[in-house]
Design a protein around this ligand. Sequence first.
Ligand code: GZL
Length: 321
Amino acid sequence: MKKRSVFLVALLVLAIVGGTVFAGGQQDAGADSPKVVGFSQCDSQQAWRWAETESVQGEAAVRGYELKYNDAQAVQANQIAAVRSFIAQGVDGIILAPQVMTGFGPVLQEAKDAGIPVVLVDRLVAEDEDMYYTFIGSDFVWEGERMAEIVVEETGGKARIAELQGTPGADPTIDRKKGFENIINDYPDMNIVLSQTGDFNRTKGKEVMEAFLKAEGENIDVVYCHNDDMAIGAIQAIKEYGKDPGKDILVYSIDGIKDAFQAMVDGDLNAVVECTPLLGPQAYDALEAAWAGEVLPKWVMSEDGIFLQKDAASIIDSRKY
Ligand code: GZL
């Protein structure tokens, strides 16, 4: 009897332990529930942004992650609130496309304190590198330098340049200007005679170009645009002014959206340096590395191309955004 009761007690203990372990297994099942990622997008006002958002959203579906998306509508305070909300919801990772470089320190510290990795996409922040897991994006100085080299080549080193700058305080704006000037500063007859922000926006780019033309329409040889949307606005303004964009006034821009390739096919735009928005796969690769405890370089640089007007017709159909 004794042996039996001992055996029965042993069975009971095993059942409880097993159950607990199994239950624990059920609790571990939580580990198999899909990862939750928060994506804070700075705005959704143009084709480049739409392409980036689609890349991040599409890849989440491919990889089976739950994505919480917020469009800050170009208001930094909204972005900070969105990131704070993601932290409060206990997401597993955050993808952040910061509107400008400054002001994100406190909320990045909160994410760090919560043990949530933050991957920056397409724009940097002016914080210590340990405030984010990595930055995935282009080399904006390189973009500006390559564009200036093309302008020097196509103008013979002599041009009065109007510049349409991007969003003030955003690192593509700062560095595309820096890169362009790195090159033209070596050419005494290459001068930026007008420069103003068009906020990376098609409508504002047109308005600023209209003002440039009103002030100095007969003294502008080149327009250097920090992005394609402003270039397309500038092209419209130049046409309405009565000049031929791409010929009377040469137009150059950065991004490589499909409308820009069409503008080159139409002869209105002279060259484009690419800045790819298709960063979704790399963003999740980075988060997966963070979750696996790996260390990545603090900058995962995008590969970008350079496209001249003469090549646009043969390329446009293969463009992905
Ligand atoms: C570049 C990105 C810029 C694009 C613009 O990574 O931040 O912002 O060049 C966009 O088109 O507005």
